[in-house]
Design a protein around this ligand. Structure first.
Ligand code: SF4
Length: 366
């Protein structure tokens, strides 16, 4: 599948391929194209029937969007399995040491898909709107994947609402263009795009409404906000064990993704007008929104994350007096250590609440 990303260091964009080639395409095998850094197999551009989707990074925010989009186009989505030890290890092996765990995990998923699918979806999100930026790792994820897993056939698009890179593009426009590249008629491309965006809105709204419904209720057990990026919160090897541990310790768990994104951005801006990372705004705004309605806050950070180290420090300084703990997870973190820290944290929350800590029940202190 050919790709249209205007990538730095990517010598062949689709326009060049189209302008040049029937003859050159016919001459060059897909393996040759790959070795030259092309993003591949233009012959399948309009005949894609299956696409691999890494269960990492943006998948945790856009599963509904892509699910609806590809289903409408009749393309089967092959999603890599929940993150496991083998995926983490393979991602760490092929990534440079300085990369954050979240990206290493994503590379593990791309490597898994390279073995199980002809193509892998790896879009670039630079900015959703003017004045906001995604982390630079998400800008470069397409190139990181291409270099970490040589030969992988990547399908991508590039969303840049702030005109930081090539030209201003919207998610809706890019999805439409992708559908057209996959051979969909204009009407089907428009329908798939609208349905995908609608499905995504529904999922986000449902999560926000569910969390908001408990916000005004005084909890009968420690309520904890777990603040972190969606791809960390919902990853089977990063956030899920932490959330499950808190629940097993008898806590009610709220997460920072279940806060209306516009509201979170507005609240974060009041605290730090210069914070421009979209995901960091979501985390900081969610903390501001929930801090008076939870007993404690757990910051979930993957190592080494520049934006998160800044945001957690900002929050700790700003929200003094609120029980908080920062859990920094890397590929060597063991569940036992995390469990011990969470247990102590929950004990503190129970004591502050005046719970019967010597009583029965999960998390009770003997
Ligand atoms: S924000 Fe942090 S965790 Fe997320 S991709 Fe960037 S460096 Fe990695």
């Amino acid at each position: 599948m050919g790709d249209t990303l205007p990538s730095h260091g990517n010598p062949a964009c689709i326009d060049q391929i189209r302008a040049n080639p029937p003859v050159r395409q016919a001459r060059a095998s897909s393996r040759q194209l790959r070795s030259r850094g092309h993003i591949v197999n233009t012959a399948t551009t309009t005949r894609l029937t299956r696409i691999g989707v890494p269960r990492a990074l943006l998948y945790h925010k856009r599963a509904a969007l892509w699910g609806e989009f590809f289903s409408e186009l009749g393309v089967q989505m092959v999603v890599s399995p929940p993150t496991n030890r083998a995926i983490v290890e393979s991602g760490c092996r092929i990534s440079v040491d300085e990369t954050c765990l979240s990206v290493k995990v994503a590379m593990g998923h791309v490597a898994w898909l390279a073995e199980h699918s002809e193509t892998v979806l790896c879009p670039r999100y630079v900015s959703m709107k003017k004045g906001e930026l995604e982390c630079s790792k998400l800008w470069g994820i397409y190139d990181i994947a291409r270099n970490s897993v040589p030969g992988v056939d990547i399908v991508g698009y590039s969303v840049d609402g702030s005109h930081e890179t090539h030209k201003r593009t919207s998610e809706a426009g890019e999805l439409y263009r992708l559908a057209r590249r996959l051979g969909a008629r204009p009407s089907l491309a428009a329908k798939a795009t609208m349905k995908a965006l609608g499905a995504q809105r529904q999922v986000v709204l449902k999560h926000v409404v569910a969390q908001e419904s408990v916000r005004r209720q005084a909890p009968d057990r420690p309520r904890v906000l777990v603040a972190g990026h969606a791809y960390n919160l919902y990853d089977e090897s990063i956030g899920v064990p932490i959330i499950k541990t808190l629940e097993a310790l008898g806590c009610e768990v709220i997460d920072s993704e279940g806060v209306d994104h516009a509201l979170a951005a507005r609240l974060a801006k009041q605290i730090s007008p210069h914070l421009y990372w979209t995901n960091s705004r979501q985390v900081l705004g969610a903390v501001e929104h929930w801090r008076e309605h939870v007993d404690g806050i757990v910051f979930l950070v993957t190592f080494p994350c520049g934006p998160d180290s800044l945001v957690t420090e900002l929050a700790v300084r700003r929200f003094k007096g609120h029980p908080m703990v920062t859990l920094i997870v890397d590929e060597h973190s063991g569940e036992t250590g995390l469990h011990t820290r969470l247990e102590s944290f929950v004990d503190i929350l129970r004591m502050r609440r005046g719970d019967n800590v010597a009583g029965e029940g999960p998390g009770a202190v003997a």
